[in-house]
Write a protein that binds this ligand. Structure first.
Ligand code: URA
Length: 269
């Protein structure tokens, strides 16, 4: 199988890591890499620099909504949708029984999200696809495999980050979520972000840009820092787009390097 752009970055970093105890992608390393002329880079410290202590988490209160059996028809959001006292497990319990929009009718699983509940880095996609709906986990299909490579190329593991979506149930035929579906589901994601408190959010594609930041134009916005609730936000391309347009991986890598800089994992510009 042909090597992917991100495979090559990961392999290169591994080789460098074998030479030096820790390695970060320096400017020279990156230049050498892109010129296909790898040269040993000066060892640099890897690891999350400037890590600020996170503010104390709010004490979780018991769920304010009691469990209900899935209804055959969607039952819209109500006053009960105040998630502000819920911790992640309680929030997930409610999401797992959600019938607030029509997406509940065809789903096999609710894909709540997964990863490190204290992650410094969080990725947000659109919504589950076929594989995710089957497995109940985000980004486990082809696009997910590419996302994992992107995360590894950033010198993080999947377990270190948190991954979620705008909607938790699969839109039929993998269409984009409708505005009412996204708006109905957003309180779950907002609470997830509030609880995880990442230092950086990476938005994967136009859908999270539209619904979380209320912005259009991923082509214009990618690579430019935004803000959500005082959290730095980097919009970039969705991995499914990259599968269709591999030449956009290079731009995506530039965007991801900006994120890596925040964590001291890439060269300072
Ligand atoms: N695409 C997404 O946006 N999210 C997933 O979980 C899988 C594919």
């Amino acid at each position: 199988m042909a090597k992917d752009f991100f495979d090559e970055i990961i392999e290169y970093l591994k080789a460098e890591g074998a030479k030096h105890k820790t390695v970060a992608l320096s400017e020279q390393t990156a230049k050498d890499f892109f010129m296909n002329r790898p040269a040993p880079a000066a060892p640099q410290k890897t690891g999350i620099n400037e890590k600020q202590p996170k503010p104390p988490r709010r004490q979780a209160a018991p769920p304010s909504v009691t469990s209900r059996k899935p209804a055959p028809a969607p039952s819209p959001a109500s006053k009960e949708d105040d998630f502000s006292n819920l911790d992640l497990p309680s929030l997930e319990k409610i999401a797992q029984q959600c019938t607030r929009c029509q997406l509940c009718q065809q789903r096999n699983s609710v894909v709540f999200g997964e990863g490190n509940p204290n992650a410094d880095l969080m990725f947000i996609g659109e919504g589950p696809g076929f594989d995710e709906d089957r497995q109940g986990r985000p980004f486990v299909g082809k696009a997910g495999m590419l996302l994992t490579k992107m995360i590894n190329a950033m010198q993080f593991s999947r377990e270190q980050v948190y991954i979620a979506n705008i909607v938790k149930c699969r839109p039929p035929g993998n269409r984009n979520p409708l505005p009412e579906e996204a708006e109905t589901c957003l309180p779950f994601l907002r609470r997830q972000i509030d609880l995880v408190q990442p230092r950086v959010l990476v938005l994967l594609g136009a859908v999270p840009l539209k619904f979380l930041l209320k912005k259009t134009g991923i082509m214009r916005s990618r690579g430019h820092w935004e803000e959500y609730q005082s959290i730095r936000v980097m919009p970039t391309f969705h991995p499914a787009y990259l599968l269709r347009n591999p030449s956009a991986k290079r731009d995506t890598w530039q965007d991801l390097q900006q994120v890596m800089q925040i964590f001291g994992k890439a060269h300072k510009q």
